[in-house]
Design a binder for this molecule. Structure first.
Ligand SMILES: [Zn+2]
Length: 360
């Protein structure tokens, strides 16, 4: 019987208490079953919640073997909560991880209560991704612990985080295939409607995001065909305190570098930063903080057969905006040429449906 269950039932041994516990248990299980992670990870998470993984504490209590000390730090009792939250190793992982659960710190002493609270966020924006990535992080922390126990090999925290991120992305990508197919269908329908608008420009959408709290900046760059189809996307993260104008200028410059690298010769660069675009259009009197970047942008224009800089309002720049906000949470830059993340494709589909409506 799970520790949490024991606690709850021993507090009040009435039929009602047991029933409401059963209801909570069913809700948690149902929610877990709907998480977008491999079945293996669902079972792992359920075992964590039921406190039946063979942690040293569980082994010690069950068969009196060992002292129950943590295999990683040797300092605390190896409970599931210690392993996942309080161990020095886990703390380092959470410092580097692209997800934050700062609001739930007071629930860390009881994984069950923590989890119930965490999964409530599922209904909000980005909730499902946050939770599924978190399960992957728990899994990698547990696997790293096992490597110490069985192979005497220490996994460093950046490695643990990047493994969790990679596995999470791989799973997301597998789901994307199906969505991409329906996006392609949508594009075909869309194409027949606006054949005349066709040209060979690559449209680059750029945006920047800044997190003062995390001391990080993110840039989102999305390359799309004339028909809206995504060709490439890039999320760039920098670990410093950024300034909006400078980051917007850098995003434009990096979009051009990306285009040059791929070999696109006709580009249309979109940004929602009016002041940066005004300076580019003027071609002089640059703001001193971004002068070097904009000079570089002017230099880069000579590498293209055709180029233009276009201002778009934030509302039309939703996708690179979302990507920039995503980038802020990353440890390393990520670039996609296919198998785009599911949330990105969802935004594309949403936007294309709106465009399709206007074209009727
Ligand atoms: Zn420890």
């Amino acid at each position: 019987m799970a520790r949490q269950e024991e606690n709850l039932i021993s507090r009040n041994r009435t039929h009602n208490a047991e029933t409401s516990w059963e209801v909570r248990k069913r809700t948690v299980w149902k929610n877990l079953w709907h998480q977008k992670v491999k079945a293996k990870l669902k079972h792992f998470m359920w075992k964590c919640l039921q406190n039946c993984l063979p942690t040293n504490e569980v082994i010690f209590k069950r068969i009196g073997h060992g002292e129950g000390r943590c295999s990683c730090c040797g300092e605390g009792m190896e409970t599931i909560e210690h392993l996942l939250f309080f161990c020095v190793n886990a703390k380092d992982v959470w410092k580097l991880a692209p997800v934050r659960w700062d609001g739930l710190v007071d629930k860390q002493h009881n994984l069950w209560l923590w989890w119930e609270e965490a999964t409530k966020s599922t209904s909000k924006d980005c909730g499902p991704e946050r939770v599924s990535l978190t399960i992957n992080l728990f899994w990698q922390i547990w696997k790293a612990r096992n490597r110490i126990v069985f192979d005497n090999e220490f996994q460093n925290p950046p490695n643990i985080v990047s493994k969790a991120q990679v596995e999470w992305l791989e799973y997301e990508q597998a789901r994307v295939e199906e969505i991409e197919q329906s996006a392609t269908d949508n594009i075909r329908e869309h194409q027949t409607r606006r054949q005349t608008a066709r040209d060979d420009d690559v449209c680059l959408f750029t945006d920047a995001a800044i997190s003062a709290r995390m001391i990080r900046t993110g840039q989102g760059i999305v390359a799309r065909k004339w028909n809206g189809m995504i060709m490439k996307a890039k999320a760039i993260v920098n670990q410093y305190k950024g300034e909006p104008m400078k980051e917007e200028a850098l995003a434009i410059r990096n979009a051009m570098l990306m285009a040059e690298q791929v070999g696109w010769t006709k580009i249309k660069i979109h940004s929602d930063s009016k002041s940066v675009l005004d300076q580019i259009h003027r071609g002089n009197e640059y703001d001193v903080n971004i002068a070097t970047i904009l000079e570089d942008v002017q230099d880069l224009t000579t590498h293209f057969e055709r180029y233009s800089f276009v201002f778009i309002p934030r509302t039309e720049n939703e996708i690179s905006h979302a990507l920039a906000k995503f980038a802020v949470q990353l440890v390393d830059d990520i670039e996609w040429e296919q198998d785009f993340p599911v949330w990105l494709m969802d935004l594309v589909r949403k936007q294309m449906r709106v465009v399709a409506l206007f074209c009727n």
